[in-house]
Design a protein around this ligand. Structure first.
Ligand code: K2U
Ligand code: ZN
Length: 174
């Protein structure tokens, strides 16, 4: 298994729209395993294929305390969302160190395919509901900072670009 490179905001590749998965083969199985390993190592509770520059509709999530309950969502679609909204302090592995409130439906019902290509439906609330919606945004090329004000978003973009330049300078010194 491999730990993959996670794209950092404002990398334009994060804004590509993912295509549906159509082939359930060993390549897909390996990709799921590598995404899970990358997520656990970050650490995070979710990861979308868009974040590792693979633009296919694939998400892995594990909100368990013991990191042993991996959930795979392929070609996910939200088929119901509650009227009730909740604000959650979101973060993102593509925007490290930034957390801010995002309002989303408190509960969602999602229809997706599992790693074997079998269709399933799942109703979620709490952190799982937030994470599913956050990851599905990634598949649509949307990063959570786009819900924030232009002022906040520009400050975050400037901070991320500065950090990227500093990391590049350190890499060049090695
Ligand atoms: O997509 C990602 O970058 C993974 C996020 C998923 C996530 C975002 C917001 C709210 C819940 C999950 C990472 O797991 S960010 C780290 C994190 C971990 C636990 C709770 C919130 C954020
Ligand atoms: Zn994210």
């Amino acid at each position: 298994m491999s730990i993959l490179n996670i794209l950092r905001y404002p990398d334009p590749r994060l804004h590509k729209v993912a295509k549906p998965v159509t082939v359930f083969d060993d390549r897909l199985k390996q990709l799921i395993a590598d995404m899970a390993e990358t997520m656990y190592a970050a650490p995070g509770v979710g990861l979308a294929a868009s974040q590792i520059d693979v633009h296919e509709q694939l998400v892995v999530i594990d909100i368990s305390e013991t990191n042993d309950q991996l959930q795979v969502f392929i070609n996910p679609e939200i088929i119901w969302a509650s009227e009730e909204k909740k604000v959650y302090d979101e973060g993102c592995l593509s925007v490290p160190g930034i957390y801010d409130g995002v309002e989303r439906p408190a509960e969602v019902k999602v229809k997706a395919l599992d790693a074997q290509g079998q269709s399933f439906e799942l109703q979620a609330d709490g952190l799982l509901a937030v994470c599913i919606q956050h990851e599905m945004d990634h598949l649509k090329g949307k990063v959570f900072v786009e819900y924030l004000s232009p002022l906040k978003r520009n400050r975050i973009k400037t901070k991320m670009l500065k950090e990227e330049r500093e990391e590049q300078r350190h890499r060049n010194k090695r």
